[in-house]
Each structure stands twice: as C-alpha cells, then as structure tokens.
Ligand binder design. Structure first.
Ligand code: TMP
Length: 217
C-alpha cells in the first residue's frame, strides 16, 4: 500500500472520552483543510456492525478469550482492507476509535494473560502485516470514573453495549495497566494523556500532540 494519509488510533478503557475527542479532532483537521475519515473498531464496516453486535452485547462469558480475539481480528481485517487502507491511499487521515492495542489490553491484560501474547502478535501479522498507526493516543482514566460515565450513557440505549463494562473492577484495572504497558513498550508510537480533564482541556492536549507529531504549525 502506498500510504499518503496518516493513521491515528484512539485507545483507552471504558468511558475515557476517546470517542468525543476523536470527533473534535476530526472537526479540527477539517478546519485545517486536512481530509479525514472517522471510523471505529469493532463495527467500522457493515459486516463489522454485525460482528460488533456479537462482541459488545450479551453474556460476558459467551466466548473464550481466543475466540473473542479471532472475532476482533476478523472485524479488523475487513476494516483495514475495505476502509482504512483505501482511505489512506487516497491521502485521507484516518481516525480510528480503537485498534489492535485494545485487543492486547482487553483480551490479554484484561483477561489476566489467558491468551498467549504470541497468539495476538501472530494474528496481527496475519491481518495487518507490518503496517502500524502513525500515532496512538491512550486516554488514561481511573476505571471507577470511566465505568460510571459508561453505564450512565448505556441507560439511554435500547441495545446495551455493555458486555465488557459488566466485568469486575480487577479486569478494568488490569486493562488500564495494560494500556500503560503498551505505551511503555512503544513510546515512539504511543502518547498517554491524563483523561481526567474537561473536554476542552483534553482537546487542547490532543491538538498539541497532533501538531507536534505531524509538524502542523
Ligand atoms: P467501544 O465501546 O469503545 O466502542 O468498544 C467496544 C468494546 O469492545 C469495548 O468494550 C472494548 C472492546 N474491544 C475489545 O475487547 N477488543 C478489541 O480488540 C476492540 C477493538 C474492542
């Protein structure tokens, strides 16, 4: 793939505010006349929407961790081939609400390393190859704060997408540590932001990072 655009991923635990921040960055990029596309995982494509229903709704124990990782990777492969790579080739900046770090944080760290790490790196290689995000922003927030926001949001939904939210607090603490560990392992790609701020303050942090990383002044 001849990549002309940039690929930025937004990561973090439940209720960390990443989706709002993605929307605000997309608006900001638009103002800078940078063509961009907002998308998400799971569910960034029509087939992905069907996979999303399976993955985020219903009983929390309906899959084992390996089956779950395979389904997230099926969604990811479809997402990359039909949406992300074509947009990057056209020169668009692609903003994705979650990507492969979520699989490592949720299915590996969250589940207390029940899936061998090697399984996840193999799946990445099969589905995504050597391609990586140009920038990953990790929104770090205490799970207690994020979960209460997330459950409040779900109150208004007819279909409750709370399969992972309903896991115990230890799971959410593990996945928070998991995201921090990922950032430690790949400091060139990942930036951790303290998400315990107002929407505007956090947006200013996001813009600063993007300006600096991509030399937009
Ligand atoms: P969202 O609520 O941010 O839209 O994400 C959907 C849920 O799917 C969320 O609980 C995190 C979870 N998830 C994983 O467990 N593994 C993954 O690889 C991805 C992309 C999401």
């Amino acid at each position: 793939m001849l990549q002309k655009g940039r690929f930025i991923t937004f990561e973090g635990g439940e209720g960390c505010g990443k989706s709002t921040q993605l929307r605000l960055l997309a608006e900001w990029l638009q103002k800078q006349h940078i063509a961009n596309l907002s998308t998400k995982e799971p569910g960034g494509t029509p087939i992905g929407q069907e996979l999303r229903q399976l993955l985020v709704c219903g009983d929390k124990d309906k899959f084992d961790a390996v089956a779950e990782a395979l389904l997230y990777y099926a969604d990811r492969r479809i997402h990359m081939t039909s949406k992300v790579w074509p947009a990057l080739t056209e020169g668009k900046w692609v903003l994705s609400d979650r990507f492969a770090d979520s699989t490592v944080a949720y299915q590996y760290y969250g589940y207390n390393k029940k899936v061998p790490f090697r399984t996840l790196t193999d799946l990445y290689q099969i589905a995504v190859g050597d391609f990586k995000p140009d920038l990953t922003i990790i929104f770090d927030l205490a799970p207690e704060v994020g979960l209460s926001r997330s459950f409040k949001k779900a109150e208004g939904m007819t279909i409750k997408e709370t399969r992972h939210e309903s896991r115990d607090l230890e799971f959410h603490h593990n996945l928070r540590q998991g995201f921090l560990e990922i950032a430690k392992q790949e400091p060139d790609r990942c930036v951790v932001l303290n998400a315990d701020k107002t929407i505007d303050e956090l947006h200013a942090d996001v813009v600063n990072i993007v300006r600096e990383r991509f030399k937009l002044f």
